[in-house]
Design a protein around this ligand. Structure first.
Ligand code: HEC
Length: 417
């Protein structure tokens, strides 16, 4: 990443474009979190379009064109193969020979129930928790070796552990955003040890986790909101689209927000002009981002919640940010246009209530089961025709991830080869 002094020397418009457009600038994790600067044309709709060319669907038909593919119809149920794959994914080991033999006869109608019982057993297996922690480390990108050892840094494992505890204990997935205590548990010898996070932060599930706040620390807290967007909505910014996009400056203004709802213009107090349209329309992304980021701005680089704003503005002298750097007077915080929030807990509730967030975890779990890539970084989107029924079942049955996993690991697409 470029040094701040260099950025500042380039002047506000130029540096901001570099800061947004350079994939290295956001790359805490070897390129994960992708490149935010691809502009408003970035693929941002996990539901749209088909599977990109070369997407590995393997023998598991997550191919959206399945209906048109004659080979798909020739797939046969193979519970033995499915159980092997499920066992490796869910508990990290192959099933016992007796278990494989028990589901060997896929043509026997009774085998379906036997297979489903074996999936239930895997989800109840103590080894499942350990695998889930690793899955969440990968998903939250907190799993890099060595990162925990730095002095003064918080644990980077509490967020993945908390998410796993929510899954394993069959709590609603929405607790990831709404839990108000015990969001920094540890896991040892097969047991969760509950603990609340250190410090005085308002608590909103893992959104206020000190490890995550430290890992995604950056100027103006924008990397933190990017993390929330990409991890839990499964798409990059821009996140919101107007039904009436309008030409503006060098491009098109596509956001539903009032253009003047974020800081900009040429006044002496404007450190970053988010209303700039000369090369890209900053506001396409930053209308959403600027209404969220100040909420995360009190966490310092070690993830400690401070009474005052603790992030900097990358302009001359890299001053500590003030609210007016994001928003003009009178603007409220918001998850989305039309969904105002007042603080991090109400932000968490708004995230939890967003149907795109439910769809995103369904997509992520589907990709996990089917051995596909990351929905954001690899553009491994899954079309609604595949996820609709799963999303509906998940949302109307208490947001239980184990139930979702059972549905996926017993789906035709998973058991047919
Ligand atoms: C396509 C969406 C998008 C557009 C358009 C966009 N940004 Fe950003 N911007 C982001 C994201 C995402 C981040 C967070 C990047 C990260 O840290 O991972 C960011 C970060 C920033 C930062 C903080 C950079 C740092 O030093 O950490 C500034 C300042 C900024 N943007 C200003 C602007 C300005 C000014 C424009 C218009 C010239 C603009 N952005 C256009 C998405 C966008």
């Amino acid at each position: 990443m470029m040094k701040m002094a260099t950025l500042a020397a380039l002047g506000s418009i130029a540096f901001a474009m570099i800061a947004c457009g350079n994939s290295d600038s956001g790359s805490l994790n070897g390129g994960s979190l992708g490149d935010p600067g691809a502009g408003p044309t970035t693929n941002n709709n996990p539901g749209a379009g088909g599977t990109p060319p070369g997407t590995p669907t393997g023998s598991n038909g997550s191919d959206p064109n399945a209906q048109n593919n004659p080979n798909i119809d020739q797939r046969k149920i193979n519970y033995g193969e499915a159980l092997r794959t499920a066992s490796l994914k869910l508990v990290g080991e192959l099933p016992a020979l007796a278990d494989i033999n028990a589901v060997a006869d896929s043509s026997n109608p009774a085998t379906k129930a036997t297979y489903e019982a074996k999936i239930d057993a895997l989800l109840a297996d103590p080894r499942f928790a350990a695998r889930q922690i690793q899955w969440w480390r990968d998903t939250l990108k907190t799993g890099q070796p060595g990162i925990i050892t730095k002095q003064g840094m918080p644990s980077y494992d509490t967020a993945a552990t908390f998410a796993t505890e929510v899954v394993v204990n069959d709590r609603p997935f929405t607790d990831l955003f709404t839990a108000t205590s015990n969001t920094c548990p540890t896991y040892a010898n097969g047991a969760f040890v509950d603990a609340s996070c250190a410090g005085n932060a308002p608590t909103a599930g893992l959104l206020t986790d000190p490890g995550l706040m430290s890992q995604y620390f950056a100027n103006m807290a924008f990397r933190r909101v990017r993390f929330v967007q990409e991890t839990f909505v499964c798409s990059k910014f821009p996140a919101e689209f107007s039904s009436t996009p309008a030409p503006m400056g060098s491009g098109v203004y596509t956001s539903p927000w009032n253009f003047n709802s974020i800081t900009g213009g040429a006044g002496p107090s404007v450190k970053v002009n988010f209303q700039d349209t000369s090369s890209v329309v900053c506001a396409n992304c930053h209308t959403s981002m600027n209404h969220q980021a100040p909420l995360f701005a009190h966490f310092d680089m070690n993830g400690v919640y401070q009474p005052a704003i603790a992030v900097k503005v990358p302009s001359t002298g890299t001053p500590t940010a003030v609210l007016a750097d994001w928003l003009p007077n009178g603007e409220t915080f918001a998850w989305r246009n039309g969904t105002p929030v007042t603080d991090l807990p109400s932000f968490g509730k708004a995230v939890a209530a967003d149907p795109d967030v439910a769809r995103c975890i369904v997509t992520r779990e589907w990709n996990y089961a089917m051995g596909r890539g990351d929905v954001v970084n690899d553009l491994a989107t899954v079309p609604p025709v595949v996820t609709d029924a799963l999303v509906k079942d998940f949302s109307s049955n208490g947001f239980k991830v184990k139930r979702l996993l059972r549905n996926i690991f017993t789906a035709d697409d998973f058991v047919k080869f």
